[in-house]
Design a protein around this ligand. Structure first.
Ligand code: 0X9
Ligand code: ZN
Length: 512
């Protein structure tokens, strides 16, 4: 980022508008965070009837963290729940984070300090502008829509010069406002791909593949987490909010989608009722060069693939599962262990973004749930995890980009999106299992991988070492078997296929 530092070294702005400055903004005063042992579904209902607020948006039996407002304490303590107080001062925790942020020096846009802490929307926008100004040959900023409150929804396109029909990967983050680490990671991959673009491996990739990153899909919600409620999740529709990740058009209103506006997973009055989901939908539909979609969330350390609403296998289950496994392994080599899993096996979430992008737009689609795994930490990660988590996301994204790159290498007429038919029926399913699995295991298995020289699919220990059982989402994630023999077979198939494609296949360029 060195050359960007030339923009200035000592721009110190006034402390940002602070939650602490806002007299209305102490929504968690006297709240406790309590872990409750919930033996079964009936007991879960009994617990929720006390009016406590489950920390995960998809509460399940097991050890469940709940926010307890002062007026709910008596009801909870009167019963025979097995409890552990995780925090006796939730507002204090929020205030502590805020005090740190308010005291921090605002970074010079493009000056290299952006990832030393979490950043508000203004700083994010300034950083995007600075990156685009410093590398106009690589970066284009696109306004793809406007939020309910009139904020711009911005996409960043990163690619080397070349035709617009080169295969492209889209990354979205920040559908859920409180998941700050997802947003910082979206920014981190933008920063790394731009500032390291001259590294030979990356330069070659950017010749072949285009990347679109939307770091903040839900800017109104994100702004609100900085001014009012740190744990706000949804957009700001009528001050109550719609969960954009239940508002997409595939399976809308099905299992795991809330029907009541107050619910954290409220799906909205109809599919694509929200400007944020409309913006993503229209952008995807307007860019037929897209082949893959990565949606970034927190938390739980999981790599999820379709379907997310029903447990039936997607038509391209093998390909999607192989990609998720490869991504989890690549992320695991950077630091934390990630578990690949079909989304619906975690819990059903009808109307989510990746199901729609897979079923209706034909994209190879993955959701990441980033760090932590631990409910006690939840959405408030310390800032020294921004870069390590960003590196994990970058390593996972690199797998997706390799998958996209492999699409570019295919001989004409052999399409392998690894995706279902456009109506989601799976009727035109391709040979994607071998195609895409081969793709994710091509160059990465021998060459260095962004960012730290790991080995991608070649080492699936990230999968095997993933912890069993409860994820940070409060869900009992069952592990998807890595089936190493199958992966090796697919890898070999991919290699054979890929080298054939190299010799006889098309390259991008005039005439495509
Ligand atoms: O519930 C969601 O929208 C996402 N999880 S989060 O904790 N970040 O809110 C993930 C949805 C992934 N799909 C399924 N679980 N089916
Ligand atoms: Zn989320």
């Amino acid at each position: 980022m060195g050359y960007l530092a030339l923009i200035g070294l000592a721009w110190i702005a006034a402390a940002p508008a602070a939650m602490g400055d806002n007299p209305r903004a102490h929504p968690y005063a006297d709240h406790l965070l309590v872990e409750v042992e919930v033996p079964d579904a009936a007991e879960l209902q009994r617990l929720l009837a006390t009016g406590v607020d489950p920390w995960p948006d998809h509460p399940r039996p097991g050890r469940l963290a709940v926010l307890v407002a002062p007026e709910r304490r008596a009801a909870l303590w009167a019963d025979d729940w097995s409890l552990r107080v995780l925090s006796s001062d939730v507002q204090g925790d929020v205030d502590a984070e805020w005090a740190r942020l308010a005291a921090a020096v605002r970074p010079v846009p493009g000056g290299g300090a952006f990832f030393t802490d979490f950043r508000d929307l203004a700083a994010i926008d300034a950083e995007i502008d600075a990156l685009a100004a410093a590398a106009p040959e690589l970066v284009t900023i696109l306004d793809i829509g406007e939020s309910l409150e009139g904020r711009a929804i911005r996409a960043v396109r990163i690619t080397a010069e070349g035709p617009d029909d080169r295969p492209a990967v889209i990354v979205t983050a920040g559908q859920h406002a409180r998941e700050w680490i997802a947003i910082s990671s979206g920014m981190y991959v933008v920063d790394q791909l731009v500032t390291r673009a001259s590294e030979p491996q990356l330069a070659a990739m950017l010749d072949d593949v285009q990347l679109f990153v939307i770091p903040v899909v839900n800017p109104d919600g994100y702004a609100y987490t900085w001014t009012d409620q740190r744990y706000w999740r949804k957009n700001r529709r009528d001050g109550i909010g719609v969960d954009t990740n239940r508002n997409f058009g595939h399976g809308w209103g099905g299992e795991g989608a809330g029907t009541q506006a107050f619910e954290e997973n409220y799906a909205g009055p109809s599919a694509f009722s929200e400007p944020e989901t409309i913006a993503v939908r229209d952008f995807v539909q307007g860019h037929p060069e897209l082949v893959a979609y990565l949606d970034v969330h927190s938390f739980g350390q999981l790599v999820l693939y379709p379907w997310g609403d029903v447990q039936a296998e997607a038509p391209d289950d093998a390909a999607l599962s192989a990609t998720a496994t490869a991504i989890a392994a690549a992320m695991g080599e950077q630091g934390a262990q990630y578990t690949p899993l079909q989304g619906a096996a975690l819990y059903p979430a009808a109307g989510n973004a990746i199901d729609w992008s897979y079923a209706d737009a034909g994209l190879h689609a993955i959701t990441m749930e980033l760090r932590p795994q631990d409910m006690e930490i939840g959405f408030v990660l310390p800032p020294d995890q921004i870069v390590p988590v960003g590196d994990e996301v970058l390593a996972g994204l690199w797998v997706m980009m390799q998958w996209a790159q492999a699409q570019a290498m295919e001989p004409p007429g052999e399409s392998s999106t690894g995706a279902a038919s456009s109506d989601g029926s799976g009727a035109d399913t391709t040979t994607a299992a071998s195609d895409s699995s081969g793709a994710v295991g091509t160059e990465s298995s021998t060459g260095p991988v962004m960012p730290g020289g790991g080995s991608g699919l070649g080492d699936s220990t990230g999968v095997d070492a993933a912890p069993d059982g409860a994820s940070g989402c409060g869900c009992d994630a069952t592990r998807t078997p890595a089936a190493p023999w199958a992966l090796v077979l697919l890898l070999v198939l991919g290699r054979i296929r890929r080298s054939g494609s190299r010799e006889g296949g098309r390259r991008w360029g005039a005439g495509g």
